[in-house]
Design a protein around this ligand. Structure first.
Ligand code: ADP
Ligand code: MG
Length: 370
């Protein structure tokens, strides 16, 4: 099937709509093919999840592919449930037939078949808190019995650090070590937490994986990817106008995709910067209520700091005296604590060049706010 709009802002739809990432795809696949595990790190919206799916596509057919996003899990109980469901969902296709064997296998929880939104039934695991560890072990036993090559990608993996059960990393690591034919990809957006988990000797996963950190897509590759679609539609396309999209969002994939999608929808092509300005303004306008509420929900110091970073960003030293004075911020300690909270909640983000507003469209909105 062909897409009406080739610029996806959610999901993966095959290589035709996926730009470049050939090197990264190869690295990931090679690592798995050579019995390695991979840690994939990049801020949100760079394209980690897309890359995992793209790599899954080119992986040799003998591998079973398991993907799970644990962003919304809060405990080992949640994790065990999601993990079991994802593994069984990917390895068992004939659900009714396997129900019987699964019940024998999973003694700690009751697997049941439930309908899902997309109409396909799937297994659900009724995990009770005291049995979370047992369920996880049973899932690994099940994988052991299968004797099949499997790749399991766990997205937003840093989430396990927030679980109340402290031994999750160690437990997973020890279970993994018994199954050399099951390879893992750990992806995460919170870079310092991911680095801590995989590069600090105090953590069980210390130096146990190949590290892959995703940078923005190459500008030229992205430009020709976009141009190709507009050319088919005989729409104007200026490489300079494309560059202006790329630059204002530091090449971060999702934002570039959002603007291209809008320009495609408007039928204007990418003729000049003015058209790009208008497209960005339109996107930000549709989010202005959300952004207004978001700003109002923060303390006064945080609001002032957000506005200041949006106007000046990237800000290398938000605690510098002249920055504080220029924006009517107060005591250094107040700014420091506002900074900490805004970073914790993913509203500000530290790049190599300094702090920026994490959601770039929110940044645009803030710049025009007052
Ligand atoms: N190489 C790519 N080419 C085109 N679109 C991409 C590419 N990588 C990601 N995307 C799109 O960008 C958006 C963000 O990517 P995603 O993989 O969800 O980022 P992350 O997982 O890092 O937050 C998605 O809509 C996805 O479809
Ligand atoms: Mg993702």
């Amino acid at each position: 099937m062909k897409l009406n709009n080739p610029f996806l802002v959610r999901g993966y739809f095959g290589p035709e709509y996926f730009c470049d990432r050939q090197k990264e795809t190869k690295l990931l696949v090679d690592s798995v093919a050579n019995e390695g595990d991979v840690t994939l790190i990049a801020p949100r919206r760079y394209g980690k999840t897309g890359l995992i799916h793209n790599a899954f596509r080119v992986l040799p057919p003998e591998y079973a592919r398991v993907y799970l996003d644990i962003y919304s899990t809060r405990s080992l109980v949640d994790f065990s449930r999601e993990f079991a469901a994802a593994v069984i969902g990917a390895l068992e296709t004939k659900l009714e037939k396997t129900a019987h064997t699964l019940v024998k296998f999973f003694r700690s929880c009751r697997p049941t078949i439930v309908p899902t939104e997309d109409g396909l039934p799937k297994f659900s695991f009724d995990v009770v808190p005291s049995a979370a560890e047992a369920t996880l072990k049973e899932t690994f036993d099940y994988l052991a019995k299968k004797k099949r090559r499997v790749v399991i990608a766990i997205d937003e993996f840093q989430q396990v650090l927030d679980y109340p059960e402290k031994g999750t990393e160690a437990l997973l690591r020890s279970l993994m070590q018994k199954l050399p034919w099951v390879r893992f990809v750990f992806a995460g957006s919170r870079q310092h937490l991911m680095r801590e988990m995989f590069l600090s000797p105090r953590h069980p996963f210390y130096q146990s994986t190949d590290m892959l950190s995703l940078k923005p897509i190459n500008r030229e590759a992205y430009c020709s990817f976009a141009e190709r679609f507009f050319a088919v539609k005989r729409k104007p396309f200026s490489a300079n106008a494309f560059s202006s999209i790329y630059d204002r969002f530091d090449g971060v994939t999702w934002y570039v995709q959002m603007v291209l999608r809008k320009l495609w929808a408007d039928g204007a092509g990418v003729p000049d910067e003015k058209t790009v300005d208008e497209a960005v303004a339109d996107i930000v306008l549709t989010r202005s209520f959300e952004y207004g509420d978001l700003l109002k929900s923060r303390s006064e110091a945080e609001q002032t700091l957000l506005l200041a970073v949006a106007k000046d960003g990237p800000v290398a030293e938000p605690l510098a005296r002249d920055f504080i004075a220029r924006h009517g911020l107060r005591a250094t300690s107040t700014v420091a604590s506002a900074l900490k909270h805004l970073q914790r909640d993913d509203l500000l983000y530290q790049t190599e060049r300094g702090y920026v507003v994490y959601d770039r469209f929110f940044g645009v909105w803030l710049r025009n706010a007052r």
